[in-house]
Design a protein. Structure first.
Lengths: 135, 120
């Protein structure tokens, strides 16, 4: 970590991504599950996040990095929390990238819950998650 | 234990805490492995004979299965799983403790996947 002055922490209430971060809400046409009428749903576009082809994780990663938005969120909200500024410095990415990842997770909590459940179910099915440690 | 910390856990703070617990971690950033695809990271770890500490269980399980299906070998995969129940999640210190417990148990590490939450 560099010895420079640390930026002031951003109050949680201010962590929403402002428009200067490059978000431009759009609308896309999607089909309802099971068929039926087409509908439009808002689709966020992200400046610092992208899907990672080839990964089993369907949620977005930091662009050009193998770091899921969920990992960013858990680093900020997990057992040993970093501030967004600390974590951005840690990853050597713009603070805006960290803030955008946090916002993306907060806006898609159900998707992330499902992804964590899917991973846990896969580990549990192999006996890797529950019960006494293997001998 | 000497092991590679994958990019998704790669943090000088975690590495420092693990070293204080007697481990010898290598950060993906220090090994020039940032942004590389998972298979390339694992190929590097296999070449160095180092287990990989990673957050991406779903992707590394596939690599493990592929290597085992081909009757191959790898130095081991150490998974940190984040759960919907925060009480199941590991702190940085708990990661180090779990690795100590795993190592001292004598459980085989090469060719195995270990979820460290299981060893807390």
């Amino acid at each position: 970590m560099s010895g420079g002055m640390r930026p002031a922490a951003i109050p949680r209430s201010d962590r929403r991504i402002p428009m200067w971060c490059g978000h431009r809400p759009g609308r896309i046409m999607t089909a309802r599950p099971g068929g039926g009428a087409m509908t439009t749903e808002p689709q966020r576009q992200y400046r610092y996040l992208e899907a990672r082809p080839g990964s089993n994780y369907r949620t977005l990663f930091l662009k050009g990095r193998r770091i899921r938005a969920a990992v960013v969120y858990e680093a900020i909200h997990g057992p040993d929390p970093y501030t967004p500024e600390e974590y951005a410095e840690n990853l050597q990415v713009p603070l805006e990238a960290v803030l955008e990842a946090l916002d993306y997770v907060e806006q898609n909590q159900q998707l992330f819950r499902e992804e964590r459940d899917r991973e846990a179910a896969r580990l549990r099915a192999r006996g890797l998650l529950d019960g006494p440690p293997p001998a | 234990m000497r092991f590679l910390i994958d990019e998704n856990l790669s943090s000088p703070r975690l590495a420092s805490r693990l070293r204080a617990q007697g481990h010898d971690p290598i950060l993906a950033a220090d090994a020039g492995l940032l942004s590389l695809a998972d298979p390339r990271v694992l190929i590097w770890a296999i070449g160095q004979g180092l287990p990989v500490l990673t957050r991406d269980a779903d992707d590394f399980l596939d690599l493990h299965d592929l290597i085992m299906a081909a009757a191959g070998h790898h130095p081991g995969m150490l998974i940190v799983h984040f759960d919907n129940d925060p009480g199941h999640n590991l702190s940085e210190r708990a990661i180090g403790v779990a690795i100590c417990k795993l190592e001292s148990s004598g459980a085989p590490i090469p060719d195995r996947v270990h979820v460290l939450n299981h060893w807390r």
